[in-house]
Design a protein. Structure first.
Length: 283
C-alpha cells in the first residue's frame, strides 16, 4: 500500500515556505482519495512500513504540479521508495510568478536539497531511511534543477554569468525526462556531474527538443554513465501520468499526445525502467 502525507519545507534564507508531498510504503489500509480531478489509492497520514527505504525526490516542470506525476510516484512507493514531491515556490500551476527569472533558476536546485534535508529530519521517518543519499527524478524544468543540484553550473541573465547554485553531494542518481538544459551550454558547465543518469527525450518535443538532451551527451564528462533513449512518437507531456478521460476530451494540452502514441502503455514501460535504474544505482 501507499501512504501519503504533506509537510511544509521552510527556506529560511529566502523567507519562504512550500509544500512537500510524501508517498511511502505502508501496511495500513488504503482507500480511493479524490485530489482535484484525480483519484488515487492512498492511506492518508498512515505510519510508514517496517524497514528502511531509499529516497527519491520528483521535481515537476515549470508551471506544473506534483499531481501530474502521481502514477510514477505511487509505483515507486509501492516498490519500496520514499518519494518526495515538492511544489516549487513561484513556479507551479497556481502561482507562477518566478517563471523565466534568475531567482527561479537559483531556487529550483536549492529546494531539492531542502526537501532532502526535511526528509532526513522528519521524526516520523526516523530509522526508515536506508542511507544519506537520494536520487532526483526531474521533468522539463525539474530536469534543470536536478542537474544544477548535482553539480551542473547554469549560466544566464543579461550578462550571461554563472547562476548561484550549490552542488549536493548526497545525490547518487538522476532521472531526466525531457530536461530543460539550455543553461548548461558552456563547455565545462557539466564537468562536476558524475552520477549515473537515466535520460529520456521525446521525439516530437517542441518545448525541450531532443537537442537539449543531446547537449548532455556532448558535455557530460562520462558518457558511459548515461542510459539514453529517444521515445518514439512521444511529445513533451507524454512523461506526465495519463489524464482522466474527461480531461483528454477537453483537449487539455498536457493531456494530449502525438497521434498514435499510447501514454498508458508507455507508462508501464517507463515505470519499470525507472524502478530497474533506481534499484541499480540507489539501492
Amino acid at each position: 500500500m501507499v501512504g501519503s502525507r504533506h509537510v511544509v519545507v521552510h527556506d529560511v534564507g529566502n523567507a519562504l515556505s512550500f509544500p512537500l508531498w510524501l508517498l511511502y510504503p505502508t501496511k495500513a489500509s488504503s482507500q480511493i482519495v479524490r485530489i482535484g480531478p484525480y483519484s488515487m489509492d492512498l492511506a492518508v497520514d498512515s505510519a510508514i512500513a517496517d524497514g528502511t527505504f531509499p529516497v527519491v525526490i520528483l521535481s515537476h516542470g515549470g508551471g506544473g504540479t506534483p499531481l501530474v506525476y502521481r502514477s510514477i510516484a505511487s509505483f515507486l512507493a509501492k516498490n519500496g521508495f520514499i518519494v518526495g514531491l515538492p511544489e516549487h515556490y513561484g513556479n507551479h500551476r497556481i502561482s507562477n510568478q518566478l517563471d523565466g527569472t534568475i531567482k527561479n533558476l537559483e531556487l529550483r536546485p536549492r529546494h531539492i536539497s531542502l526537501c532532502a534535508d526535511a526528509i532526513a529530519a522528519d521524526t516520523d521517518l526516523a530509522g526508515h531511511l536506508s542511507a544519506g543519499e537520494f536520487a532526483v527524478v526531474g521533468h522539463s524544468m525539474g530536469g534543470y534543477g536536478a542537474l544544477a543540484c548535482a553539480g551542473g553550473v547554469p549560466w544566464g541573465g543579461m550578462e550571461q554569468k554563472a547562476i548561484a547554485t550549490t552542488k549536493d553531494s548526497r545525490i547518487k542518481a538522476l532521472v531526466l525526462l525531457a530536461p530543460a538544459t539550455g543553461w548548461f551550454g558552456i563547455s565545462d558547465a557539466l564537468q562536476a556531474v558524475r552520477t549515473p543518469i537515466m535520460l529520456r527525450a521525446a521525439e516530437h518535443d517542441r518545448i525541450t527538443p531532443t537537442w537539449q538532451s543531446q547537449l548532455l551527451l556532448d558535455l557530460l564528462p562520462d558518457r558511459s554513465l548515461i542510459d539514453f533513449q529517444i521515445v518514439g512518437n512521444a511529445g513533451h507531456f507524454s512523461f506526465l501520468s495519463p489524464f482522466p478521460a474527461n480531461m483528454r476530451r477537453l483537449g487539455l494540452i498536457p493531456a494530449i499526445d502525438p497521434e498514435g502514441f499510447d501514454r498508458d502503455a508507455y507508462h508501464h514501460i517507463l515505470n519499470r525502467e525507472l524502478l530497474d535504474f533506481l534499484r541499480r544505482t540507489l539501492v
